[in-house]
Design a protein around this ligand. Structure first.
Ligand SMILES: Cc1ncc(COP(=O)(O)O)c(C=O)c1O
Length: 479
């Protein structure tokens, strides 16, 4: 919340008046809206009541606010001396539109992180700055002159990047793609957004793992998509689950995250991949294979992607540099049949005319550079070390309160809490203690689960963060 600056030369009452004036002109306080009482505002801002009285007096004199006996102070409806003007009712406008607000718990986490107070961040599913290939990127930017045309680019993506991606995917994941079958997107997120906007209709049903990252995405709700959870065991989802959901709801798409699934860390077994693909081929349902984590394997590689087994064009494969290089590059991709790629690239023209050339140019050179695969090797080791530090701190500090499977890749630890706990209360207690994490209900799980990311905070903060989390949990557990 804004507060006047006591170190400034400007009197406090003037700072308060200016702040209110700005909020009126930005439409945050539309005509007719009430101002807090002098006493209340003085309390909120930590100033004397007489300071607020002076500020209000100044605003009254300039005709911006009026005080009516019995009804308090409010923003003037008609500005003195000018024809009546109406500020648009922004509060009403922002409730409109097709994109719905994010989930309240996600908004609360973001608010906490943006409050300026330092937090240990177990909520961000992204790499800490020291895990990104910053030196390699700096080297690309200094040693290669940038001479690309700066007009609107190809909406399907920068061709050299698509060519680099085709060989990267073949070598690393056994996926046969050509530059024609690849669409470059602003992270995997945009691939998911384009799919919901271009290939589905409001009311359509999609099947997702339960719990799933997709539950946290208001974009599906905004598009009127109905999400149905598939039960998951140690090997991933079972084809029987897909068949039975399809029977009940006519599933139009199956969305899977088979490697180190977000949030649970599960890896779908090789047999299940074959069975699930065969089932979807038989039912004629496309599979979206969302695969941002496969290259983070700590030991053994995960089984081949469904896309590498796909002979029928059933699988739409989505990948990203976010979890293996840097989320801020906003480089993602989709491998799909030409009809789909053409449709989505056409839609890009309506959205943004395609991604900026700069991150694409960097990504193309990064993928081709000799340092990229060694970077991934180091990243795997660094992530495994962080996982181990987090896991041992949890075992030490919360021995009977929490259990988890040790993930074999990815960025997250999915914990079950023993005992009754309310997600909202737990998060609030965490925020009060200076630590944030994602309560499991964000991903569609029942209360009593939590996702802790070990990739985002600096290594040396992990133990302290778990200590803070443990205190928040003890406080929240109902006795
Ligand atoms: C499973 C999964 N898919 C997609 C995304 C979106 O990532 P990005 O848009 O940064 O590639 C995330 C991010 O956490 C994720 O966990």
């Amino acid at each position: 919340m804004w507060r006047p600056d006591r170190a400034s030369d400007r009197p406090l009452y003037q700072q308060i008046a200016t702040n209110i004036e700005q909020r009126i002109s930005l439409g945050e306080m539309p005509p007719g809206s009430p101002l807090p009482s002098e006493r209340k505002l003085a309390q909120q801002l930590g100033v004397n009541r007489s300071t607020v009285m002076q500020a209000y007096e100044m605003l009254r004199a300039s005709g911006l606010i009026e005080s009516l006996t019995g009804s308090g102070t409010r923003v003037c409806r008609d500005r003195e001396g000018s024809a009546p003007r109406q500020t648009p009712n922004w509060s009403r406008y922002v409730e409109s539109g097709t994109l719905q607000p994010n989930l309240p718990l996600m908004r609360r986490i973001r608010e906490g992180l943006q409050s300026g107070v330092p937090f240990i961040n177990f909520a961000g599913g992204e790499l800490a700055p020291d895990l990104s290939p910053n030196d390699a990127i700096a080297d690309i930017m200094t040693s290669h002159p940038f001479r690309e045309p700066l007009g609107y680019g190809n909406p399907q993506g920068y061709v050299p990047l698509r060519v680099a991606l085709a060989s990267f995917l073949l070598e690393q994941r056994g996926i046969a793609a050509t530059d024609e079958s690849i669409l470059v997107t602003s992270g995997s997120q945009q691939s998911l957004y384009l799919l919901t906007q271009c290939l589905l209709n409001p009311g359509d049903a999609i099947a997702i793992e339960n719990p799933s990252y997709a539950y946290s995405l208001a974009m599906f709700h905004s598009a009127g998509i109905r999400l149905f959870g598939l039960p998951v065991d140690d090997e991933g989802v079972h084809p029987d689950g897909i068949r039975s959901l399809h029977k009940q709801h006519r599933v139009r798409m199956v969305l899977l995250n088979p490697n180190y699934q977000n949030p649970t860390g599960t890896v779908m077994s090789a047999e299940r991949r074959i069975e699930v693909l065969a089932c979807c081929e038989e039912l004629g349902i496309p599979i979206v294979e969302d695969d941002p984590f496969s290259l983070t394997a700590f030991g053994e590689q995960p089984p081949p992607p469904l896309k590498s087994l796909d002979r029928n064009g059933t699988v739409l494969y989505i990948g990203s540099l976010s979890k293996i290089a840097a989320s801020g590059l906003r480089i993602g991709w989709m491998v799909a049949p030409h009809t789909v790629i053409r449709r989505l690239a056409d839609a890009r023209q309506q959205m943004d005319f395609g991604l900026s050339i700069f991150p694409q140019w960097i990504a193309a050179r990064l993928l081709d550079s000799t340092s990229f695969l060694p970077h991934i090797e180091q990243l795997r080791i660094a992530l495994r070390d962080r996982r181990d530090v987090m896991a041992s701190a949890l075992r030490r500090m919360l021995p009977g309160e929490i259990s988890f499977e040790l993930p074999q890749g990815g960025l997250n630890l999915w914990c079950r809490i023993h005992g009754e706990v309310n997600d909202y209360a737990l998060l609030e207690n965490g925020i009060r203690n200076g630590v944030v994490f994602v309560p499991g209900s964000v991903y569609g799980a029942e209360h009593g689960y939590v996702r802790l990311s070990y990739a985002r905070p600096p290594m040396e903060e992990i133990e302290m963060g778990i200590d803070k989390f443990a205190q928040a949990l003890y406080k929240s557990l109902r006795t």
